[in-house]
Design a protein around this ligand. Structure first.
Ligand SMILES: *[C@@H]1O[C@H](CO)[C@@H](O)[C@H](O)[C@H]1NC(C)=O
Ligand SMILES: *[C@@H]1O[C@H](CO)[C@@H](O)[C@H](O)[C@H]1NC(C)=O
Ligand SMILES: *[C@@H]1O[C@H](CO)[C@@H](O)[C@H](O)[C@H]1NC(C)=O
Length: 399
């Protein structure tokens, strides 16, 4: 069934892409070998690179766009961006400046900070551990929520002197927010408002590749033999090579590359033009731990939003109880705007509705006004500015 839908999508893709009027970028491979700071600079924006160390020793890199193209000004509100699974600070810059939310918010007057959580392309250092060793990769998104996000928010508040941030999360960037606010509710006071794009907490109705893997998630041995023990999918020379040689528009394998994205995220043939593929694939996947992926997989059959499941014995060691503790969503008291799409396989509308019913302060529940809008469109859709970002700017203006 799944394959049939994707095949249909594949055919539609072929038809739709013909009407796309070329790439907005100077060349097909533009931006491919650039880091996030290089991308920002190439688009004519000021950029800063910052480092901080989490309580448990991970050295994290933040990217800042201190102001937009019209120059600096006093008392700029602070926007804080948190990235998705296998993503990085580049997520919010994957289009021309008028259409990518990172640049849009800088031009709208915000001081923009883009986070990189442990294990991704920019945050692969530790005070004592080495990413070559398995020890480095013993984390899931629980640790990102417990250590990386609060350390990064505190760092940004310290640097800017602001009393709170406007938080933008996409997918896992929302999961870590719910987890942090539940774990350390005092952080709600550091949030002016939070915009959740493709919000992920419950994943009972997830479809696609993630769902296909879920039945095996309890079989840690099988999963680790499939995925390895430490790191998964680093963004390295191999991925750049793939991007250039398999995902380029003129390449015979471009359909395979293209359909893989839809298998992961849900259908929507007209929002991601093939011209974007080399840029997207060269920046993603940006690396994470096996446990981070397993953690999401575990929650599909568990039907719960909870901490990493180490199995009964491991749970006793970690939590003093044989099941993982549940994240208490009623502690997320900061004002939240939920932005969700109709054909998002990873943030299914039914699951988003359950999340909305359990969050105590949903200030905006925004269904993207388009029949098909999938998980990846929130970052990379050609019209995400119109369908989503403008509405986020309006939402934030009220706080
Ligand atoms: C992180 O590690 C890389 C590679 O070992 C090194 O080049 C870089 O300077 C380190 N960055 C920080 C902030 O420690
Ligand atoms: C969840 O948090 C709320 C608010 O702090 C509290 O009243 C409630 O008892 C908690 N629920 C559970 C199951 O711990
Ligand atoms: C949704 O989009 C349609 C056109 O595509 C438009 O007519 C309608 O007014 C929009 N609805 C809202 C609530 O913006």
């Amino acid at each position: 069934m799944m394959v049939t839908r994707v095949m249909v999508t594949g055919v539609m893709v072929t038809v739709m892409v013909m009407v796309v009027q070329g790439s907005p970028f100077p060349s097909d491979h533009w931006g491919m070998n650039m880091t996030t700071p290089e991308l920002i600079e190439a688009n004519g924006y000021p950029v800063e690179i910052h480092h901080l160390t989490s309580e448990d020793g991970y050295i994290l890199e933040l990217h800042r766009i201190p102001h937009g193209r019209s120059g600096p000004s006093e008392n700029r509100p602070v926007a804080y961006f948190e990235h998705c699974l296998l993503c990085s600070s580049s997520d919010y810059l994957m289009n021309e400046p008028e259409k990518a939310i990172g640049y849009m918010m800088a031009d709208a007057g915000y001081d923009v900070w883009l986070s990189n959580m442990r294990g991704n392309t920019y945050s692969r250092n530790h005070t004592t551990l080495n990413p070559e060793d398995v020890e480095f990769w013993k984390f899931s998104w629980d640790e990102m929520a417990r250590y990386d996000v609060p350390a990064s928010i505190d760092y940004v508040l310290g640097e800017t002197g602001a009393d709170g941030v406007y938080y933008v999360g996409w997918s896992m960037g929302t999961s870590v927010f719910w987890a942090l606010m539940s774990d350390k509710p005092e952080y709600n006071d550091k949030i002016k408002a939070m915009a959740a794009m493709a919000p992920v907490a419950y994943t009972e109705n997830t479809k696609g590749i993630m769902r296909e893997l879920a039945p095996f998630s309890h079989d840690i041995d099988l999963m680790t033999s499939l995925l390895g023990v430490g790191e998964v999918l680093p963004s390295n020379e191999l991925m750049d090579y793939m991007a250039e040689h398999y995902c380029a528009v003129e390449d015979q394998y471009v359909e395979v590359c293209y359909n893989f994205l839809f298998l992961l995220s849900g259908p929507d043939p007209d929002q991601i033009p093939k011209e974007f593929l080399p840029l997207i694939v060269s920046h993603m996947p940006a690396g994470t731990s096996v446990h981070t992926i397993l953690h999401f997989e575990q929650q599909i059959p568990a039907k719960k939003f909870q901490m990493y499941d180490f199995g009964a014995i491991g749970n006793l060691e970690h939590y003093d109880q044989d099941t993982p503790p549940i994240y208490n969503l009623s502690r997320v008291t900061a004002p939240v705007g939920l932005f969700w799409g109709n054909t998002d396989w990873l943030a299914d509308p039914t699951d988003v509705a359950r999340l909305a019913s359990e969050l105590p302060n949903v200030a905006l529940n925004f269904n993207v006004n388009k029949t098909q809008f999938n998980h990846l469109d929130f970052g990379w859709g050609i019209d995400a500015d119109k369908y989503v970002y403008q509405h986020i700017l309006e939402f934030f203006a009220g706080y």
